[in-house]
Design a protein around this ligand. Structure first.
Ligand code: ATP
Length: 216
């Protein structure tokens, strides 16, 4: 992300990729403008928040007209550095890691898993979803100019691997292990614990059931 990002509150910045994906789809459909109501329905963010977010982007919606799709798209591309491909490495080619290697991230944004690492000699040397799998011992040799790593190793391995990633110059880690990892201040970690998310969804369903709107 470029420096313009600094002025945008973090909560807004987190919604950027969501907006980007939807606006990109609209652009592909040939739509020239979009209202905050349409956006709100599609991305499930209330329209007041959308208007506030978009004011940070310098996009001022006009009443009865909405927002200019072309303008938004070029803003998002610039801000999310969509013109540049971000190189990503994946560590741990188990069930989850393998699924990610098969998943086509490029469809929606310009990130690409370029290489994967594992400790299992049966996996090392293979290619999964077009991505080469190297031995984790050789991590430092391959990780040049790689900004981001996805961590799908067993949780016991997470901290040790993280330290090596940081040493090798990785600045962002998407941690799919249940382990809480410790990093220096300049490293950003986003933690996604799938079982916690699932449990939390089930909890909310039970305790905070959503009411159906009348007439729907
Ligand atoms: P998951 O479903 O969580 O991906 P799994 O059950 O397929 O996991 P795990 O035991 O969680 O397998 O291990 C994930 C992957 O991480 C395996 O392919 C394993 O060989 C690999 N792995 C284990 N230790 C290391 C390590 N130190 N460095 C790199 N890869 C490792």
């Amino acid at each position: 992300m470029n420096n313009e990002q600094n002025k945008i509150p973090q909560a807004t910045a987190k919604r950027l990729p969501l907006y980007y994906r939807f606006i990109n789809n609209l652009h592909h459909q040939g739509k020239l403008r979009v209202s905050s109501k349409e956006l709100s329905d599609a991305v499930k963010v209330d329209s007041a928040t959308i208007r506030r977010d978009f004011s940070y982007f310098g996009a001022l919606g006009k009443k009865g007209y909405g927002y200019n799709v072309e303008y938004l798209l070029s803003f998002f591309r610039k801000t999310l550095d969509q013109d540049e491909v971000t190189k990503v490495a994946l560590i741990g080619v188990g069930n989850l890691g393998t699924a990610f290697l098969h998943y086509n991230f490029m469809k929606n944004n310009n990130t690409k898993i370029e290489m994967a690492f594992d400790a299992d000699p049966n996996k090392v040397g293979s290619e999964i979803g077009g991505v080469p799998v190297y031995h984790v011992d050789d991590l430092e040799d391959y990780l040049q100019n790689t900004a981001v790593a996805i961590l799908t190793v067993p949780s016991t391995e997470a901290q040790g691997i993280t330290e090596r990633l940081v040493e090798a110059g990785v600045s962002g880690i998407l941690n799919f292990t249940p382990a809480r990892i410790t990093v220096p201040d300049h490293i950003r970690v986003h933690h996604i614990d799938l079982s916690v998310e699932l449990q939390s969804l089930v909890y909310f369903l039970k305790h905070y059931p959503l009411e159906e709107e009348e007439g729907e």
